[in-house]
Design a protein around this ligand. Sequence first.
Ligand code: NAP
Length: 246
Amino acid sequence: MLKGKTALITGASRGIGRQIAIDMAQSGANIALNYIGNPNEAEALRQIILEENVSCAIYECDVSDYNASKKMIDDVLNDFSNVDILVNNAGIARDNPILRIKEKDYNDVMDINLKGSFNIIKHLYPSFMKRRSGTIINIASVCGLRGWQWQASYAASKGGLIALTKTVAKELAGRGITCNAIAPGLIETDMTASLTGDKKKDFIASIPLMRAGQPSDVSKLAVFLASDLASYITGEVIKVDGGLCI
Ligand code: NAP
């Protein structure tokens, strides 16, 4: 479905981003992998991806750093000559009740989840514009649609990302660029590993499909949205949550 295309995936060393990278490579895309702190995981993933007979390169970059993001995009465009698919997946959570949230934690979440996505979109836009094509997938969250207790910064960042998705979709449509968001519910990754025991059981009991999601539940939709089959879809926010937010 993605043969001959090139995808840049942020936060691809672990979890959902890692699975999106694998599935997109299996669909034929060349892969530019971004990470911030786990070079070994990134290199191990590169080896897996190379087995699919596509190109793959790794880029260490903090997406919340505007100038570093610009340099990463320049490097990716140098190495691959163009990018067709951008997946803004890099994200963190710092859960706490509002009274206990530290200013630094609030800022870090907003800077990585929201500003980081803006940085990459802004720096890649000139290349997309020149080619009059490109597709952007932002990994948001059901928290950004519904709000979630103890997740004020996270929910605000994902709500902002959803508004950014719709704005980018409107503003860039005339250039042939699409932009959509995926809003996962509970997906089993390092990010949600601290949810255990009865709390996890209770949470799962509130999910109509009665199970936590896996990264592959999200990555399959990402592959579809990145493919030509989805070329008339833009500005959408699609939940992958087992019915949690029906
Ligand atoms: P994860 O397993 O914790 O992985 C996070 C990834 O983001 C890692 O690859 C990490 O790189 C990277 N990253 C973190 N900060 C970064 C930065 N400043 N610059 C570049 N990369 C950075 O998380 P996940 O569960 O896969 O989450 C992926 C996305 O899905 C996030 O946006 C998250 O908000 C969203 N999401 C997750 C869930 C869920 O239930 N898991 C639900 C809804 C939405 P290193 O490995 O180098 O640290």
